[in-house]
Design a protein around this ligand. Structure first.
Ligand code: 5GP
Length: 124
């Protein structure tokens, strides 16, 4: 697999501090911030700080430290925002759009965390 990363994408600009963001949680390798156009009461985007285009790129090339941190930050954000079912809360959905068919708008890997309302069934 080969991926080409465009460092002019909007999340790269957020990571460089060129565009402000509403940070929920930040660690050495990962940033979580509120989506600018929330589709649910909880709508947080989790992104690695490294230059990865999509899930496949991240999974193939990130270090174990980056991968573990990303997973843990995602869970921490779910706990912090009160959606984690492990805390007796109603739960959430994660989505990662990839490429053209997935209608990925921003070509920097990100996971959407959606919660705070009933989300309905996605897959029949
Ligand atoms: P995608 O379609 O690539 O999976 O989702 C991109 C997401 O990024 C969308 O939900 C969109 O609202 C969000 N987004 C786009 N530009 C910005 C921005 O400048 N700041 C924040 N916080 N979110 C953004």
């Amino acid at each position: 697999m080969s991926f080409s990363y465009d460092d002019q994408n909007i999340f790269a600009k957020i990571l460089r501090g060129e565009i402000p963001n509403d940070t929920v949680l930040e660690t050495e390798h990962t940033l979580a911030f509120n989506d600018i156009q929330p589709q649910a009461p909880v709508h947080v985007l989790v992104i690695p700080k490294g230059p990865y285009v999509c899930h496949d790129h991240f999974a193939a090339e990130a270090s174990e430290a980056e991968l573990v941190d990303f997973m843990r930050v995602t869970a921490q954000v779910c706990a912090m925002t009160g959606v984690s079912p492990g805390d007796g809360n109603p739960g959430y959905r994660t989505i990662s759009n990839a490429g053209e068919a997935g209608v990925q708008e921003v070509p920097h890997y990100h996971l959407h965390i959606l919660g705070g309302r009933g989300l309905g069934r996605m897959l029949a």
